[in-house]
Design a protein around this ligand. Structure first.
Ligand SMILES: C[S@@+](CC[C@H](N)C(=O)[O-])C[C@H]1O[C@@H](n2cnc3c(N)ncnc32)[C@H](O)[C@@H]1O
Length: 293
């Protein structure tokens, strides 16, 4: 239902979502992205889709939903998933994970490697705008500089997300300067470039970091088999949006990309409770396969 009010001289279209429209949206988003839009998220969904409809000049939910049904390219659906998904992230988020990664996990993996001795493959699953994979690289390079990791070791990072829009931001590596405001001065100097001219309020991640990440659109409801095996999977603050059944599916898919010596890292507020799996806890929120995986 759309109502017009005035904001300055322009009419401001306010799109209130009905219960039936919300039910339709919930089913769609659950089916396509696994995201569980609980009734408490109704207002949030209404606000986000309202913005999208005003920006795209879409008259209301009826038009939006029929666009999705008629559009065989899937772009209309992508646009709705982009609008609905929560992309909040930041550099050095839950940074105890990165400390452990460089001090214990990578040395452990290197000590067991039989082939590709110097190459560590890391998948940041649900990487949003790139801060997580870039943090993995920055902390790895710092650990190498501090001789915790041998100099000939390479880290290859793949960042994936369901949202194409957010991945474009990740690949550009361009951020408002305030996102790095509290980072150590030396890290900022080494790994970020200050924007100039009209970009003076932005920073860009340096090419030496940017070129080490490959970004790909991927829906975690499906296996990621084309990209081979990973030594480390970081999937943090993504499964909080899923119900048990979807978490099970997502974990089963991720296990297909792990080998006997891989590690899986999830967010500090997440757990694998009540999910069937063949992993043992290495540390809270860090898992590795049981013997005979
Ligand atoms: C809150 S962000 C987490 C970012 C980062 N991992 C962190 O911890 O800061 C959650 C991300 O998961 C993505 N996401 C949600 N459902 C997904 C799905 N089915 N497949 C892949 N990514 C998904 C969202 O687009 C969003 O960018």
């Amino acid at each position: 239902m759309a109502q017009a009010a005035t904001e300055g001289n322009a009419p401001f279209r306010y799109h209130e979502i009905s219960d039936t429209e919300f039910e339709y949206l919930r089913d769609l988003i659950y089916r396509e992205a696994g995201i569980n839009l609980t009734p408490q998220k109704k207002l949030l969904a209404q606000t986000r889709l309202g913005k999208l409809m005003r920006r795209r000049n879409i008259s209301g939910y009826e038009e939006l939903f029929s666009m999705i049904q008629d559009d065989k390219s899937g772009l209309a659906l992508e646009m709705v998933i982009d609008a609905i998904s929560t992309n909040h992230t930041f550099f050095f988020r839950e940074d105890a994970h990165f400390k452990l990664l460089n001090e214990e996990i990578i040395p452990d993996i290197l000590s067991k490697k039989k082939t590709n001795k110097q190459l560590i493959r890391l998948w940041s699953a649900g990487c949003s705008s790139g801060e997580e994979p870039y943090t993995a690289i920055i902390t790895f390079l710092e650990a190498q500089r501090n001789k915790l990791i041998p100099p000939d070791t390479q880290l290859e990072v793949v960042g994936t997300d369901i949202s194409k829009e957010i991945l474009d931001k990740a690949a550009a590596g361009l951020y408002p300067a305030e996102v790095v405001e509290n980072l150590d001065y030396n890290l900022k100097k080494k790994y970020f470039q200050k924007g100039r001219g009209s970009y003076h309020k932005y920073v860009r991640i340096k090419p030496s970091v940017n070129e080490k990440v490959t970004f790909r659109r991927h829906n975690l409801l499906f296996p990621f088999s084309d990209f081979g095996m990973f030594d480390i999977i970081i999937c943090r603050n993504v499964m909080i949006y899923f119900d048990q059944q979807t978490k099970q599916k997502v974990l089963d898919n991720m296990l297909q990309s792990m080998h006997t010596d891989s590690f899986l890292i999830i967010g500090h507020s997440e757990s694998l409770n009540n999910i069937r799996h063949s992993l043992k806890t290495y540390r809270p929120t860090i898992f590795r396969p049981k013997e005979g995986f």
